[in-house]
Design a protein around this ligand. Structure first.
Ligand code: ADP
Length: 160
């Protein structure tokens, strides 16, 4: 079975991430969406919450698995039996970072290939930070995130 992993922060998952996942399942037999536990960023949601939102959002996808990791992406890919790492490329601004990461990961593990996928143009401006910022000020994010994420954001930013 040809497996790949799709690592990221997913704080929270958006329709942009889901677009990439849909494209990846067309190409590979199993896609493991894997939440980074210890990114350099401080997160709004805990790993458990981020995993739960992904589980709920990707319920109907039989060949998609969800898990989390702590440490090096390439080691997690190896442990999972994945041959590649999926990443999303929205714009030229993503390119430099993704390119650096891909080359560093190749240096660490030459047998694990990074695959960059482009989302539909409608998602190219979408990222989790924008969604969090909008939600914080009670903006409507329902067209950018699955219903479960919309609910969780409302809970987080409920006026006390
Ligand atoms: P990370 O902190 O690892 O960049 P993210 O959750 O922000 O975690 O993103 C994970 C991956 O998904 C990255 O490769 C990112 O470029 C990609 N991605 C994020 N948002 C979108 C989007 N709207 N369309 C396509 N790819 C996206």
């Amino acid at each position: 079975m040809v497996k790949v992993i799709y690592p990221g922060t997913f704080d929270p998952v958006t329709y942009g991430h889901i677009d990439i996942i849909k494209r990846a399942v067309e190409l590979f037999e199993e896609v493991i969406v894997t939440v980074a536990k210890n990114p350099s960023k401080t997160c709004l949601f805990t790993v458990e919450e981020r995993v739960e939102m992904l589980r709920e959002s990707l319920k109907g996808f039989e060949r998609v698995k969800i898990d989390w990791f702590d440490g090096l992406v390439v080691e997690h890919a190896r442990r999972s039996g994945a041959v590649g790492i999926i990443r999303g490329l929205r714009a030229v601004s993503d390119f430099e970072y993704e390119f650096q990461m891909a080359l560093m990961n190749r240096k660490l593990a030459d047998d694990i290939t990074t695959i960059l996928l482009m989302p539909h143009a409608r998602y190219t401006y979408l990222n989790s930070t924008i969604v969090r910022n909008l939600a914080q000020f009670h903006g409507n994010v329902s067209e950018f995130v699955p219903p479960i994420v919309n609910e969780k954001l409302k809970e987080k930013f409920k006026t006390k």
